[in-house]
Design a protein around this ligand. Structure first.
Ligand code: NAP
Length: 396
C-alpha cells in the first residue's frame, strides 16, 4: 500500500489523482491533502479520503475549512490536523511514512515542498511544471544526490519517459513533443489582438486549470515543456522539437540514432500518466478509454508557427541562456496571464510583458531554492509594474 501526499488536491490534476485512489482504495492511503482557497472541495475530499493532515494557503482558508467540516457533522476527534501556509506544505511533503508526493500545485507555490520531498528521496509524481522551469538545476541536482524518483505526470514527458524505457539513452538523438496548437491554431495572426479570455480558455482537447489553458493558447506551455524536458532527460534545447498535432493522441516521440522513432499514444485523459507515476515500473488497468484502431482516424503533424507564437521562441532562448532566465520567464508569464484573464491586457500584450521583463531582469545563478524564490518575487514585481503600465495605456 502506498501512502500519498497530494499537493494541489482540489485542482484538475489533484482531483484526477484522487479518482485513481478512489478506484483502488486497497492500494493507496492518503496521508495529506493540500489546497489553495477552495475550502468546499477540500472539505468534501477530507470527508471521503480521511487524510491525517489538510493544508490550505491562508488562515482565512483554514477557518472556512473548519466551518465546512463542522457543518458536515464530522466529529471533532475525526478531523485531520488543519494547517496553513508554505511551511505546512513542506511538512506534509517530507513526513515520514509518505512514500509518494503528487506535486500538482499551480505556480512556484509548490516549488519548496516538491524540492524538500526530493531531498528526502521520495517518489514525486511531477505535474507542477513551474518546479523545473524555475528551479530545474537545483531540483535535478537534488534528485541525483538523494536518489529520489521524479516521475513526470505531464502527458508529453510521461510519454517520453515511457519511450525512453525502450532503448539506451546514449543512442537517443531527439525528443519530439507534440502540441495540440491550442484554440488559435487556425486564427490569423492579425486577429490575435482581439481574442478574449473566454476564447483562449476554450482548449480543443484538454480540460485543465485556467493558467495552463491560457499558456496552451500562447504555446508558452509548450515552451515550458521544452525546458522541463531538458532538465528531466538531459537534452539540449536544440535536441527537443515541437510539432503541432491537433488530435493530441501521440504525446511524445523519441528518435534513436538509427532513425527509428518510438511514439507514446493514449487517450487524452490525465489519469493514465498520473497512475503511471504512482505504479511505475508496473502498469495497471487505468480508468481511461482505450483507442479503437478499427475506427478510421487521421493523425496530423505540422511545424509550429514561431512568428505567431513568439513565447515558444523565448522559452528556447531562456533555456539556452540558463541561470534565472527561465524563472523570470515563468514569473512574468504568470502575472501577464492573470492580467489577461482579468481583462486588463490583450492577448498579444502577454508576450510584450514577458519579453520586457526578461530584458530588464539581469540573469543570476541561484544557489538555493531561497534564491530562486527571491528572483521569482523580483521578476513578478517588475512584471506587475509593466502590466500596470500596459493596462493604464489600454484604459487611457
Ligand atoms: N491539468 C492538466 O491536465 C495538467 C497537465 C500537465 C501539467 N499540469 C500542471 O500541473 C499543475 C496543476 O495544474 P492544474 O491544471 O491541476 O491546475 P488547477 O486546476 O488550477 O489546480 C491548481 C491547484 O493548486 C492549488 N494551489 C494554488 N495555490 C496554492 C497554494 N499557495 N498552496 C496550496 N495549494 C495551492 C489549487 O488550490 P485551490 O483550487 O483550492 O485554490 C489547486 O488545488 C500546473 O503546474 C500545470 O501546469 C497540469
Amino acid at each position: 500500500m502506498k501512502t500519498l501526499t497530494v499537493l494541489g488536491s482540489t485542482g484538475s490534476i489533484g482531483t484526477n489523482t484522487l479518482d485513481i485512489v478512489r478506484r483502488s482504495r486497497h492500494q493507496y492511503r492518503v496521508y495529506a491533502l493540500a489546497a489553495g482557497r477552495n475550502a468546499d472541495t477540500l472539505a468534501s475530499q477530507v470527508l471521503e479520503f480521511r487524510p491525517q493532515v489538510a493544508v490550505v494557503a491562508t488562515s482565512d482558508g483554514l477557518a472556512r475549512l473548519a466551518e465546512r467540516l463542522h457543518a458536515a457533522g464530522l466529529p471533532r476527534e475525526e478531523w485531520p490536523e488543519l494547517l496553513c501556509g508554505d511551511a505546512a506544505l513542506v511538512q506534509i511533503a517530507v513526513a515520514d511514512g509518505v512514500d509518494t508526493v503528487i506535486s500538482a500545485i499551480v505556480g512556484v507555490a509548490g516549488l519548496e515542498a516538491t524540492y524538500e520531498a526530493v531531498c528526502r528521496g521520495k517518489r514525486v509524481g511531477l505535474a507542477n511544471k513551474e518546479v523545473l522551469v524555475s528551479g530545474g538545476k537545483l531540483v535535478m541536482e537534488a534528485v541525483r544526490q538523494h536518489k529520489a524518483e521524479l516521475i513526470p505526470v505531464d502527458s508529453e514527458h510521461n510519454g517520453a519517459h515511457q519511450c525512453l524505457r525502450a532503448g539506451n539513452r546514449s543512442q537517443v538523438t531527439r525528443l519530439i513533443l507534440t502540441a495540440s496548437g491550442g484554440p488559435f491554431r487556425n486564427t490569423p495572426k492579425e486577429a490575435l489582438a482581439y481574442v478574449t479570455p473566454q476564447q483562449a480558455l476554450n482548449h480543443p482537447t484538454w480540460r485543465m486549470g485556467n493558467r495552463i489553458t491560457i499558456d496552451c493558447a500562447t504555446l508558452m506551455n509548450k515552451g515550458f515543456e521544452v525546458i522541463e524536458a531538458c532538465w528531466l532527460f538531459g537534452f539540449a534545447p536544440s535536441e527537443v522539437d515541437v510539432v503541432i498535432h491537433p488530435q493530441s493522441t501521440v504525446h511524445a516521440m523519441i528518435e534513436y540514432s538509427d532513425g527509428s522513432v518510438l511514439a507514446q499514444i493514449s487517450a487524452t485523459d490525465m489519469r493514465m500518466p498520473i497512475q503511471y507515476a504512482l505504479t511505475y515500473p508496473d502498469r495497471r488497468e487505468a480508468p481511461v478509454p482505450k483507442i479503437n484502431w478499427a475506427e478510421a482516424r487521421t493523425l496530423e503533424f505540422l511545424a509550429p508557427d514561431f512568428q505567431k507564437f513568439p513565447l515558444l521562441t523565448l522559452a528556447y532562448q531562456c533555456q539556452e541562456t540558463g541561470g534565472s532566465a527561465t524563472c523570470t520567464l515563468n514569473a512574468a508569464d504568470e502575472i501577464a496571464v492573470e492580467a489577461f484573464l482579468q481583462g486588463k491586457i490583450g492577448y498579444l500584450t502577454i508576450h510584450e510583458i514577458v519579453a520586457e521583463t526578461l530584458s530588464k531582469m539581469p540573469v543570476r545563478w541561484p544557489r538555493t531554492i531561497g534564491d530562486v524564490l527571491e528572483i521569482d518575487r523580483e521578476s513578478r514585481a517588475l512584471a506587475r509594474e509593466l502590466t500596470l503600465a500596459h493596462a493604464g495605456a489600454i484604459t487611457a
